[in-house]
Design a binder for this molecule. Structure first.
Ligand code: SF4
Length: 193
């Protein structure tokens, strides 16, 4: 995915499933062939286009604000300039966009720029907490620098995918399947939830 496509898609994934976000993103791209069209469309029209992604009113405003800000900074919508920046500069650039937090920035860095960021989504946050990588009070936003310190840069992408899959299949939010968990003997939270 292009960098800006990944950024807008990640905004659409907030508080919904990837499937719903994919539907909304596909519709967005088919209705608006370029980003200028999105900026110029009415809020209600944009909301209707992305309704499959949920929270359409908030997400429509967020998407427009991000696009306005990018255009104000670059006079275009080409984020290739990020390819020539260091990892912390890229993170700062993305997080300073409206409505973009550490997770969204890390997803874009990891999936669109091949940078060793470690996105902490809801599954990664829960599993990391249960395994004791972070404390029970550590927020997902605050977990990013902690997890990045714990994991070697070359392992971050793979480990992110492993934790998501483990959270979806075994270490579920409700009723984690501890009796089927391959790391039960290493888990300080086994059979506690
Ligand atoms: S033992 Fe249970 S709580 Fe611990 S990682 Fe496995 S499924 Fe999650």
């Amino acid at each position: 995915m292009e960098i800006l496509d990944e950024l807008i898609f990640t905004v659409l994934t907030q508080h919904t499933s990837d499937l719903n976000a994919e539907k909304a993103f596909k519709k967005l791209k088919s209705v608006y062939p370029n980003w200028t069209d999105v900026v110029e469309t009415g809020n209600k029209e944009l909301e209707a286009t992305i309704k499959h992604g949920g929270l359409a009113n908030q997400k429509a405003l967020r998407i427009k604000s991000i696009l306005f800000e990018i255009h104000a900074r670059l006079s275009n919508f080409n984020l290739d300039i990020l390819k020539d920046m260091g990892i912390e500069d890229v993170r700062e650039w993305l997080i300073s966009l409206p409505g973009v937090g550490p997770k969204t920035a890390a997803v874009v860095m990891s999936f669109a720029l091949d940078l060793p960021a470690f996105p902490v989504d809801t599954h990664v946050h829960r599993v990391s907490r249960r395994l004791g990588f972070i404390t029970s009070k550590t927020t997902a936003d605050n977990a990013h620098p902690i997890m990045e310190k714990l994991i070697a840069p070359t392992d971050r992408f793979k480990f992110h995918i492993l934790l998501i899959n483990h959270g979806r299949r075994t270490c579920k939010a409700r009723n984690p399947l501890c009796d089927k968990c391959p790391i039960v003997t290493n888990c300080p939270s086994a059979y506690q939830e």
